[in-house]
Design a protein around this ligand. Structure first.
Ligand code: SAH
Length: 370
């Protein structure tokens, strides 16, 4: 299995080298998008035997607290008809834990999973046999409110990289160089925020049009259908300069310019950009447009100030939940405490990982955000 995946990855890298030789350098976003599509299509990369581990795979507490967060909002919003939606559900662990917790609160919504990977869809089907699958958000039902969760999904969506050259900002392109790929400055890039125009030479600025498009569609859906979304990932609360493209393989950092398609490529999520995209929504009710900064726009979906994962899980009661689990299973007490620490400690996942909550107009303040 491992051997065949590697051979297959080599064939993908060879094809990419030939495509660049024939057609010229490609943007970093094309490199990352093609590499990750290949990477995820054929494998389940999660867990100790895979390449990386995520919060729901560390402990059931993560999915349970997310489920309770959603159920609490739903109750305070007046118990409307809803669909549960998860973007990039991995093995379906978060959804299974969240749905169990939600059922305890009387919420049993239909399950809609947005997943492109056939291998991971198969894994999800084992845990969530009654779910409905979608390739993207466009086919999600529009007959009820949406309760949306996305954990460690946006970090895998393609980023563009712009690099500050002596004569201004340029788009980074990827060239083929022997076994390796290499980023080089390409054509001049427009659209760099004014305050960054004179950043020092060599500075890298990342943007993710793919992530912004998903956030905008989420914002539009929440504004028109109602509901809420919780986006959890590692990244920056505000736009920041820096090259954050990274590769992970077998739980260790790897070279992002070697073996594309065989390693997991991710980048810091820009939560400020996601919040902006989700709230810059043009609703179908033009009479309600409010001029903001001279721009005709409306923000019917609310983006709550980003909070750190550790603070959110503590506000949602992870300490009490861990204590209850340890009391019920004394033999697992140490493992449960380790998981709680890993999810919340500032030097573990507690600070680097952050959460963004989006709510529809008229919905109450979400727990842990207000
Ligand atoms: N949320 C899960 C899995 C995280 S791994 C967890 O926390 O464990 C990233 C997930 O996003 C995988 O399910 C992967 O197949 C999915 N994904 C990656 N790129 C995607 C894309 N372009 N469109 C939709 N899903 C994608």
């Amino acid at each position: 299995m491992i051997g065949s995946a590697t051979l297959d990855g080599q064939r993908f890298a060879d094809r990419l080298h030939r495509a660049i030789a024939a057609g010229g350098p490609i943007p970093v976003s094309a490199y990352m998008g093609q590499a990750n599509a290949h990477y995820y299509a054929a494998r389940d990369p999660l867990g100790t035997a895979g390449d990386f581990t995520t919060a729901p795979e560390i402990s059931q507490m993560f999915g349970e607290l997310v489920g309770l967060w959603l159920a609490d909002l739903w109750q305070r919003a007046g118990r409307p008809d809803v669909h549960f939606v998860e973007l990039g559900p991995g093995r379906g662990t978060l959804a299974a834990d969240a749905l169990r917790a939600m059922a305890g609160a009387g919420l049993r919504p239909p399950v809609q999973l947005v997943e492109t990977s056939p291998a991971l869809r198969a894994a999800q089907r084992l845990r969530l046999p009654d779910a409905h699958w979608h390739h993207d958000l466009s086919t999600l039902p529009d007959d009820a409110a949406l309760l949306v969760v996305a954990n460690e999904v946006f970090d895998a969506l393609p980023i563009r990289q712009l690099v500050r050259a002596p004569d201004g900002w340029r788009e980074r392109l990827v060239v083929s160089e022997g076994e390796r790929f290499r980023p080089v400055p390409g054509p001049r890039a427009a659209g760099v925020p004014l305050h960054l125009a004179d950043a020092p030479e060599g500075s890298v600025l990342e943007t993710s049009p793919a992530s912004a498009a998903v956030a905008a569609e989420l914002g539009r859906r929440l504004a028109t259908q109602s509901g809420a979304a919780l986006i959890v990932d590692y990244g920056h609360a505000r736009t920041a300069i820096g090259d954050t493209l990274q590769a992970v393989s077998r739980h260790a950092f790897a070279d992002p310019w070697l073996r594309p398609g065989e390693v997991d490529l991710t980048a810091h999520v820009n939560f400020e950009a996601l919040a902006l995209a989700a709230t810059c929504v043009h609703s179908p009710r033009p009479e309600s447009f409010v001029p903001t900064n001279g721009i005709e726009r409306e923000s019917p979906t609310t983006a709550w100030p980003v909070v750190e994962q550790g603070a959110l899980l503590k506000a949602l009661g992870i300490d009490a939940r861990a204590a209850a689990l340890a009391r019920a299973q004394p033999g697992r007490a140490e493992e449960i405490e380790l998981a709680r620490h890993r999810l919340t400690a500032p030097d573990q996942m507690g600070s680097l990982f952050k959460a963004l909550a989006l709510t529809a107009p008229g919905w109450p303040a979400p727990a842990g955000f207000a």
